[in-house]
Write a protein that binds this ligand. Structure first.
Ligand code: SAH
Ligand code: F3S
Length: 433
């Protein structure tokens, strides 16, 4: 029996793509292995968002080249494949396939024709969703892509190049996937997209569907207990969507809505043309709709031309909004992006110092929020046992991790957990009576 090995790097969309690839190969009779040396086909499902991510992929390829069986097929799929294209074969001549994020459904061709080299980095839009069979068994959390690509063209971001222009999937296809997920074990649905709240689909009768329509149509599914979506662009947070937080109890009170920087000058150069006041107004509206809502953000520090004063404004907005669970990155110049050509690139040591300062501030905010949860009882999703087998890992409605001492082999998928302790990274709790 032939075996496949797959390793996924990067965002939730990649995690979804990785699951689809694994499911496609399983349905063709291949079995997954976690040992490279045991595999007949090796797939790296890659991320190109920062230079470090791309470097990681090429060093992993170097290791795999030495560890794999001599006749094993190996290659890359995803954003590095699209970024590197045919150049990947020059860097690693033994590669058998290089498939972009919208062409991995072509992977079986290499199984049929193992002596060929397969290169496809086309942006095929929605073709892959149509060509792939449904997953036979959904995990508890089903990631359902609703749109792919991005039209925002932030000047630092490679995603519009690697994943292409925005395309929204047909409403009825997304709902069919949600029903299938509910029927096959999903408890939580997470709608996915690089610009998920920009979802917009017009059917043949001219009726237009938005993300709020997807949420409204999914919420009545009895198996589905929690709904969320990621990642949102601030100005696409329209009133119909904000209203969902008021009316739809299954929608979690947690939203990832990256601001990236607190400086109007930097935001302009990033080509993120929103006023800070507009962003703050949206947060106020969200809090009016759902008083317990928590917001998380992504931040980039050391964007070209960022001054100490600009950076201070980023720290200020982080404290003002009180973001929880945020991600912060040093600006990384990427190919095919406008910012990589801008003057005034910031030296590495200054980027590192600013990142450390921002991380300290974000960690403080997160710890304070986590501590404020102690004593509360929260409805949490069970993710299964931890590595020791002596605890169960739960996810709170704010996506915090909560550890509960238990060896229950068949825990309820959703449980009320009383939070007993907290630190920066996670919570501890016990089953509430
Ligand atoms: N909306 C997208 C964002 C994709 S990139 C999504 O979630 O699918 C994820 C995050 O990486 C961005 O929000 C940004 O903070 C960061 N990022 C993107 N390009 C970057 C770069 N060139 N350098 C550093 N960080 C970057
Ligand atoms: Fe990238 Fe900006 Fe879109 S961060 S994915 S271009 S919203």
């Amino acid at each position: 029996m032939k075996k496949f090995f797959i390793k996924t790097f990067g965002c939730q969309m990649n995690v979804y793509d990785g699951q689809r690839i694994a499911s496609m190969l399983s349905q063709r009779g291949l079995v997954e292995t976690h040992e490279v040396s045991d595999a007949d086909i090796i797939i790296l499902n890659t991320c190109a968002v920062r230079a470090k991510a791309t470097d990681k992929v090429f060093s992993a390829l170097g290791r795999i080249r030495r560890a794999k069986k001599p006749d094993a097929l190996f290659g890359i799929v995803g954003c590095v494949a699209r970024e590197a294209g045919a150049h990947a074969f020059k860097r690693i001549p033994e590669l058998n396939f290089v498939l972009g994020p919208q062409s991995y459904h072509k992977l079986p061709e290499i199984l049929e024709n193992p002596d060929a080299r397969l290169l496809n980095i086309d942006l095929g839009g929605l073709e892959k969703f149509d060509e792939l069979p449904q997953m036979s068994q959904s995990p508890t959390v089903a990631y359902i892509p609703v749109q792919e690509g991005c039209n925002h063209c932030c000047t630092y971001c490679i995603v519009p190049y690697t994943r292409g222009r925005e395309v929204s999937r047909p409403f009825e296809d997304v709902i069919r996937d949600c029903k299938h997920a509910a029927d096959t074990g999903a408890i939580e649905i997470c709608f996915l997209g690089q610009n998920v709240n920009g979802y917009k689909y017009t059917d043949s009768d001219g009726k237009t569907y938005r993300l709020s329509d997807l949420i409204r149509a999914t919420a009545p599914l009895p198996e589905i207990r929690r709904i969320r979506f990621t990642s949102s662009y601030p100005t696409e947070m329209t009133d119909d969507l904000i209203d969902m937080f008021r009316t739809e109890a299954k929608l979690l009170p947690f939203l990832n809505m990256p601001i990236q920087s607190g400086s109007p000058n930097v935001l302009t150069r990033m080509n993120r043309p929103y006023e800070l006041n507009l962003y703050i107004d949206i947060v106020d509206k969200l809090r009016a709709a759902r008083p317990d809502i928590q917001i998380s953000s992504d931040f980039i520090v050391g964007f070209p031309g960022e001054t100490d004063q600009d950076f201070a404004m980023t720290q200020e907005i982080a404290r003002k909004i009180k973001y929880i669970n945020s991600y912060s990155f040093k600006y990384s110049p990427r190919p095919h992006t406008a910012a990589s050509l801008m003057p005034d690139q910031i030296p590495e040591n200054i980027k590192a110092a600013r990142l450390a300062l921002l991380d300290d501030a974000l960690n403080d905010i997160q710890r304070t929020f986590n501590e404020s949860c102690v004593g509360r009882t929260l409805e949490c999703l069970c993710e299964g046992p931890d590595k020791t087998g002596r605890h169960l890992v739960y996810r709170t409605p704010y996506m915090q991790q909560c550890i509960v001492a238990s060896t229950d082999a068949a825990p309820a998928p959703i449980a009320a957990i009383k939070i007993t302790a907290a630190n920066k990274a996670s919570l501890r709790g016990e089953l509430a009576d």
